[in-house]
Every structure is written in C-alpha cells, then in structure tokens.
Design a protein around this ligand. Sequence first.
Ligand SMILES: Nc1nc2c(c(=O)[nH]1)N(C=O)[C@@H](CNc1ccc(C(=O)N[C@@H](CCC(=O)O)C(=O)O)cc1)CN2
Ligand SMILES: Nc1ncnc2c1ncn2[C@@H]1O[C@H](COP(=O)(O)OP(=O)(O)OP(=O)(O)O)[C@@H](O)[C@H]1O
Length: 194
Amino acid sequence: MQTQLTKNKKTQRKFFLEQRRALCTSDREMYSKQIIQKVINSAQYQKSTVCFLFAAMKDEVQTKELILDALRAGKRVCLPYITDKKNGLMEATEISSFDELIVGAYGILSVNENNLRFVNPQDIDFILVPGVGFDKRGYRLGMGGGFYDRYLPKAINAYLTAVIYNCQLADTVVIDEYDAKVDAIFTEKESIIL
Ligand SMILES: Nc1nc2c(c(=O)[nH]1)N(C=O)[C@@H](CNc1ccc(C(=O)N[C@@H](CCC(=O)O)C(=O)O)cc1)CN2
Ligand SMILES: Nc1ncnc2c1ncn2[C@@H]1O[C@H](COP(=O)(O)OP(=O)(O)OP(=O)(O)O)[C@@H](O)[C@H]1O
C-alpha cells in the first residue's frame, strides 16, 4: 500500500523534475559551471582527500569538471555503484580516470563490474549529493530508489554538499525519519551553509 507520505513525495518529485527539465541547454551548461566552481572553491572540498562524487544524468548539474578537478588534485575519487537495485543499495567505488567509465545502471556513467574497488564509507570525507529537490534546511528528495538514504548514514565522517539548480530549491520538502540532511547546498544563485 502507498502511504500518503509516498504519494506526496511522488507529487513533489514530479514537480521538481519538470522544473529541471524546463531549463534550456545553454542555461544548464552555464549554471553547472557556476555551481561546480563554488564547490571547487569551498574549503571542505579543497581539504578533502577521499571524495564520493557522482556522474550526472542528462538533466542534473553537470559534474565532469569536478571529477576531473578532483583527480588532477590527487584526491581519491569514488562514484556510486549500484549493487542491489531492488533493495536500494549502492557502494562507493574508486576510479582512476574519467575515461574508464562505461554506461551503467539507469544509463549513468559508472565503473565496469570487473574494475570495482569499493571504499569503506567511513574513509570518505566529502560527498557530492545529487537530488531532485532540496529544501533550505538541507533535506533532500531523491529519485525514489532510497540509495543515498541508505548510504549516507554509513559515511559518518563525510561533509555532504548538494548541487542543484535554483529551481530545485524549496522552503520545505516532504521528509521521512531516515532522510539525511546535507551540510551545504550550492545553486547558481545561492550558497547555503548549514
Ligand atoms: N547522477 C546520479 N547518480 C546516481 C543517483 C542520482 O540521483 N544521480 N542516484 C540516487 O539515488 C542513484 C541512482 N538512482 C536512480 C534511481 C532511479 C532512477 C530512475 O527512476 N530513472 C528513470 C529515468 C529518470 C530520468 O531520466 O529522469 C528510469 O530509469 O526510468 C535513476 C537513478 C545512484 N547514482
Ligand atoms: N534507511 C532506510 N531504511 C529502509 N528503507 C528506506 C531507507 N531509506 C529509504 N527507504 C525506502 O526506500 C524507498 C525510497 O525512499 P525515498 O523516496 O526517500 O528515496 P530517495 O531519497 O528519493 O531516493 P535516492 O536516494 O535513490 O535518490 C522508500 O520506499 C523508503 O521507504
């Protein structure tokens, strides 16, 4: 049975996805550059040594430049690898180069299954968190798989930074008791440090 909460999340998710989809390609590119530059300039990213980033889907803030920057800076860089789609489980797997990535689950660039090097969640000091919507308290609405909801509580030493377009920022999003809060949100317009 679907709870009222699940229905509310679905409605809100649909709204944010439509807002995001409505952005034109040139705005998306310009905003992505501005947002990623804010991350690169942030002290928490600069001092990080093991960062868990994500390879973006088409409509999301584009993250390739950040992944390249982190590799160039000599940081250890990991990306999500879905280990159990049904149960909403993923791991952070280390990469050495952007070129090693292949199209994986949900059409997202990921590491080949023969190349997995899982990283202990407690060793991660910086996580770039994707999302469909965030509110100004730092709460997140994701794609609905529960992957980050289940992963983030394990990454007890990580500073959580969200990157979204400003149209994905709301006063409040619908939350569950297990929804984690991020520590910072960067949009092309705002930098929210919580
Ligand atoms: N870039 C990125 N990587 C990520 C996430 C994310 O939000 N963004 N995830 C965060 O948890 C996990 C993947 N979670 C996902 C959960 C559901 C769908 C999904 O329903 N996709 C639709 C297409 C939606 C669209 O194109 O907008 C589908 O496959 O039909 C995709 C990813 C791990 N990797
Ligand atoms: N920590 C958890 N323990 C058990 N179930 C969970 C947990 N987190 C999420 N779930 C379940 O996973 C499903 C998806 O949750 P939710 O809609 O909050 O995902 P999301 O944060 O939008 O997704 P994602 O993290 O993949 O972007 C829900 O059925 C929820 O009950």
